[in-house]
Design a protein around this ligand. Structure first.
Ligand SMILES: [Zn+2]
Length: 366
């Protein structure tokens, strides 16, 4: 089975590889089923194929722009639409053009459909051709206009973001996020007023998503400092990580960031041989939400217990956390295990994943 988001390969259209995730048909089918009372199976099938074709043309519009800027794009059709991506960054003006190329390719196809209707004459009212004609106009213009809303990650939002980056530099990105939040909330309210549940949910979801990004961006200096602490922890002098990690715990950073900072501090204190300091650092982790059962942090807890002489109970927790995929700085962990004389016991308790992980950490020792 194809992994979610990977899709099935449909081959290439010229230089552009195209993949399809079956979720496209599920979502389009659902929209076709809901869009009018008592739809026939033919109706839904015609809608799904016409809409999928319009979406393909939209994505190929993005792909052509990527090609024009010397990139190698690939198209994935899934869910409510698709995504066209290419490796490597692009300047703001190239990004702007690429973002707009999708909706305008769709408008081009819609225009051709309209032109065909005007020249050949509109097909008879009850035929499937008539349904395809109307659905084609709907999908090409509707999908394009929706996508031009100035809300990230929609094309319109991406275009606004690229424009503001071109005019104001990197800070433009943050402004685009605020614009996205405002328009997403507006979309949610207007959609709610007209009883459009899907659009209401989309608006609320986009607003929340952009709010998260705004918070992440504000935290950038702290994230960079945390990265420096992390690098120190895995470098030649792990004890030095304390200097970068400790101040972060006194800032207004998010709970996620503080959790990692506290954990880095735990290992740095252990590297200094300060068991009491490591215990205190464990206590500085922000409280977990009761439903948060991530295994994060158990390895550090067990390492502190081991440093305090807990022996066997600590080894059981170490084994469970290593089996769950946690890892720690090898130059702190291994001396601890060796001093406590628990390496053979730990090895015997580990499953295959934990053993592989321990071996990788051992290989990374300096
Ligand atoms: Zn697009």
């Amino acid at each position: 089975m194809a992994a979610l988001g990977q899709g099935i390969s449909l081959g290439r259209l010229g230089p552009v590889p195209i993949r399809l995730d079956p979720s496209l048909f599920v979502v389009l089918g659902l929209i076709g089923y809901l869009q009018k009372p008592n739809p026939t199976v033919d109706d839904i099938l015609v809608w799904v194929f016409v809409a999928a074709f319009c979406i393909l043309i939209h994505e190929l519009g993005h792909a052509m722009a990527f090609l024009a800027f010397g990139r190698k794009p690939s198209v994935l059709l899934y869910g409510f639409g698709g995504v066209t991506s290419a490796e490597g960054g692009m300047g703001p003006w190239a990004s702007l053009t690429t973002s707009l190329a999708g909706p305008f390719a769709g408008f081009g196809l819609g225009g051709l459909i309209l032109l065909a209707g005007l020249t050949v004459g509109r097909p008879g009212a009850d035929s499937l051709v008539s349904a395809a004609y109307l659905y084609g106009l709907w999908a090409c213009f509707g999908f394009g206009v929706l996508n031009l809303l100035p809300i990230l990650p929609l094309d319109g939002g991406a275009a606004v973001s690229a424009f503001l980056r071109g005019v104001r530099g990197p800070a433009g990105e943050q402004l685009a996020r605020y614009i996205s939040i405002a328009f997403a909330l507006l979309l949610a309210l207007v959609a709610l007023r007209f009883g459009q549940i899907f659009a209401t949910l989309f608006g609320a979801m986009f607003a929340a998503q952009n709010y998260q990004e705004v918070k992440r961006y504000r935290e950038r200096p702290q994230r960079e400092q945390l990265q420096a602490a992390y690098d120190a922890l895995y470098g030649p002098r792990p004890a030095d990580a304390a200097g970068a990690a400790r101040p972060l715990l006194a800032t207004k950073a998010s709970a996620d960031l503080k959790e990692v900072a506290a954990e880095v501090l735990v290992w740095a204190e252990l590297a200094r041989g300060d068991g009491a300091g490591a215990r205190a650092a464990l206590g500085q982790r922000p409280g977990r939400h009761p439903t948060d059962h991530r295994p994060v942090g158990r390895l550090a807890e067990a390492a502190v217990a081991l440093a305090e002489g807990a022996g066997a109970p600590a080894v059981a927790v170490l084994a469970a956390s290593l089996d769950a995929g946690e890892h720690g700085p090898p130059d702190v962990l291994f001396p601890l295990l060796e001093r406590a004389g628990v390496l053979p016991d730990l090895w015997n308790r580990l499953g295959p994943d934990g053993r592989a992980s321990l071996q990788r950490m051992h290989a990374a020792r300096r």
